[in-house]
Design a protein. Structure first.
Length: 101
């Protein structure tokens, strides 16, 4: 079985990796507004405690669903596959933090 990786797959993977990085501060800001804590409190939790960072990253990964459905509706299946691949790349970190540490 031959695996063909195209530029569209790589574009989707780039979107899948960059999107959580961009949306993570937004998620933390929304949490700070809802819970009436300063943004720095949630940022320090993210940086210092791995059990919180796992939860915050998983919340930021929800942004990839938006991109996934946008490209799925445009019938850009290769980009959608790249986004799913990028989401799967976060799984080993989540498993390590939640089960092994």
């Amino acid at each position: 079985m031959k695996i063909n990786i195209t530029k569209k797959h790589l574009t989707g993977a780039a979107i899948g990796f960059i999107s959580p990085v961009v949306f993570l501060p937004i998620v933390l800001f929304i949490l700070s507004l809802i819970n009436h804590y300063p943004f720095s409190f949630f940022w320090d939790q993210f940086v210092e405690y791995s059990e919180y960072s796992s939860k915050y990253i998983s919340l930021a990964l929800i942004s990839n669903l938006l991109w996934f459905y946008i490209f799925l509706n445009k019938e850009e299946y290769q980009i959608s596959r790249g986004i799913i691949f990028a989401m799967f790349c976060f799984i080993p970190y989540m498993v390590y933090v939640n089960l092994l540490s």
